[in-house]
Design a protein around this ligand. Structure first.
Ligand code: PLP
Length: 362
């Protein structure tokens, strides 16, 4: 029996071992480990890649979103519109500021926040709309931006799963007022540890986030605002520069794998991902749907195929959000019961994909 891992990061990194080793030695020998030239270079390179003016490296993706909300002075009494079917961090960034996450259901075809449902969730307290480009596919941003403009709201993209994706030709992370992204190892652009970044064209917000990530300091040992310690370190920045240089190539391989899955699974009794005309996804995940998801998953596991559920419990049903008393989010609840992420990594071979599909069809 074969075995197909969900994502083998060791194999992925050994394919660029020489470059990563060189980056490690360069940083170690420099004696400079926090806020040095690697971070500065990575920020410039990733800003250019993302087609925005500013990139600010921070500690992780949750902190990228949190510091952005702080920079926009979001706090207690404010409401932030979030998808009902996202990773918990989208909601936690809002809670961390003392603001309230207001869930809006996704479109059940794209799995992304349904712009047609956002209007009804806007109140006099709403300050921000925070769409997520889930699974690497951009949300439908034009109607979201139009609503935000009409109501005077800020749009912050959660671009953690979408490095390199495009919406109508424009990069994810450049589509709202600002974006937060994550370099968690499993993301398309992943570090070898934690990391994240803020992306924006807004000079003032960029400056505020730079200050917030470094103890609220612009000048060393001078603290005008109470900030945080949330910085992307030199080692991770150096690794990320190496990985940014292969991101397009690896995203292209993900696209090939997704196309192969879609072609080989056509006609199978399973829901396949849909790609709207406006989207060029980067296939962070290849997510199928089945009413018999748990049995299917157990069968695949017995055949050596590892799968993951993104995500088994929607945020409103988590213990930490029970006190909000939210219910009536049936789309998120149904998706949580039916979604299954198939193996996805630039290292997968066509033969492995064929094996996964054969087991799935069986
Ligand atoms: C990974 C992820 C985050 C959080 O990133 P961390 O770096 O793990 O804190 C936020 N939102 C989404 C959608 C994610 O997938």
């Amino acid at each position: 029996m074969k075995s197909v891992p969900f994502l083998d990061l060791g194999k992925l990194h050994s394919s660029i071992r020489g470059e990563l080793d060189a980056a490690y030695h360069r940083v170690m020998d420099s004696g400079n480990y926090i806020m040095g030239p690697e971070l500065e270079a990575f920020e410039a390179e990733f800003a250019r890649y993302s087609e925005v003016k500013h990139c600010i490296g921070v500690g992780n993706g949750l902190e990228a979103l949190h510091l952005l909300l702080r920079a926009y002075d979001i706090g207690p009494g404010d409401e932030v519109i979030v998808p009902s079917n996202t990773f918990i961090a989208t909601w936690l960034a809002v809670s961390e500021c003392g603001a309230t996450p207001i869930p809006v259901e996704p479109d059940s075809v794209t799995h992304n926040i349904d712009p047609a449902l956002i209007g009804a969730a806007i109140t006099s307290r709403t300050r921000v709309i925070m769409p997520v480009h889930l699974y690497g596919q951009p949300a439908d941003m034009d109607p979201i931006n139009a609503l935000a403009a009409k109501h005077g709201l800020i749009v912050i993209e959660d671009a953690a799963q979408a490095q390199g994706a495009r919406y109508k030709g424009r990069r994810a992370g450049s589509l709202g007022h600002a974006a937060g992204t994550s370099f968690y190892p499993g993301k398309n652009l992943g570090a070898l540890g934690d990391g994240g970044a803020v992306l924006t064209n807004d000079d003032k917000i960029a400056e505020k986030v730079r200050q917030l990530r470094n103890y609220g300091s612009k000048v060393k040992y001078q603290h005008d605002i109470a900030g945080y310690n949330s910085r992307l370190d030199e080692m991770q920045a150096a690794f990320l520069r190496v990985k940014l240089s292969v991101l397009d190539q690896w995203n292209a391989r993900r696209r090939e794998i997704a196309q192969l899955y879609t072609r080989l699974l056509a006609g199978a009794d399973i829901g396949l991902p849909a790609v709207p005309n406006y989207a060029e996804p980067v296939w962070h995940l290849y997510v199928v749907r089945s009413k018999q998801r748990d049995a299917l998953r157990a069968h695949l596991e017995r055949q050596g195929v590892s799968t993951v559920i993104h995500y088994p419990t929607p945020p409103h049903q988590q213990g930490c959000y029970r006190s909000l008393g939210l219910d009536g989010l049936p789309v998120a609840e149904v998706l949580a019961n039916e979604v299954l992420s198939l193996p996805m990594s630039p290292m997968l071979t066509d033969e492995e994909i064929r094996y996964v599909v054969a087991q799935l069809r069986a």
